[in-house]
Design a binder for this molecule. Structure first.
Ligand SMILES: [Zn+2]
Length: 209
């Protein structure tokens, strides 16, 4: 039962319709059900994923340099970047919240960008990394990614709580937009990638790693 030799659809001359997921013969130009253009593998997905990932990495700079929240306290305006915000939380004895913000706004986006870069490099430059490990890494990347929205949730919650007082006024600042885009773009970079490209590449090398 535990036969390690697997036959892929591609080897059987079949391919999946990218739109309606119907299996079609590989040589068919269009899908017999929905008429979409047939394609066994989406080779351009690596490029799309790289483009989204690089844009996300660039946007990390404004997300960290510009203030993410603006606080107006009795006419005095203070701006907080992600990093100074965490520092304030630590100094205000709010360590658990500081840890959540640090994990969601610094650790997760960086790990995700580095992880995806390794994954895409493995496909683009045929790095000698085991496919089992890469696939496990990819699932982790997809799973942790959704938790980085937690940071924007913490910001909106803080803003809502602070605004209840009459003298304080808090608003999300420019970096909040950049940060939301970083999360969105990394999520899309993982989504658009055709993971079968990795299986193909390693199958060719007889799965020796
Ligand atoms: Zn179809």
């Amino acid at each position: 039962m535990t036969d390690n030799v697997q036959t892929t659809g591609k080897q059987m001359g079949l391919c999946l319709c990218p739109v309606c997921k119907k299996t079609n013969p590989e040589d068919a130009q269009t899908c017999s059900r929905c008429g979409a253009h047939n394609q066994a593998r989406d080779y351009s997905s690596v490029q799309k994923s790289w483009a989204l990932l690089i844009t996300a990495a660039i946007l990390l700079i404004p997300a960290n340099v510009y203030p993410i929240t603006t606080l107006v306290n009795q006419g005095k305006v203070t701006h907080d970047t992600i990093f100074s915000g965490i520092k304030h939380l630590v100094h205000s004895d709010m360590l658990p919240i500081a840890i959540i913000v640090f994990t969601a706004s610094i650790l997760v986006p960086w790990l995700k960008i580095i992880g995806l870069a390794i994954y895409l490099s493995a496909i683009s430059f045929s790095l000698p990394v085991s496919k089992r490990r890469l696939m496990a890494g990819f699932h982790i990347i997809e799973w942790i990614g959704r938790w980085s929205m937690l940071d924007l949730f913490v910001i909106s919650l803080t803003v809502a709580l602070v605004n209840m007082g009459q003298l304080l006024d808090a608003k999300p600042a420019p970096a909040a937009t950049a940060f939301a885009l970083v999360i969105l773009l990394t999520q899309l970079a993982a989504k658009v990638l055709d993971t079968r490209l990795l299986w193909d590449r390693l199958d060719l090398e007889d799965d020796k790693y």
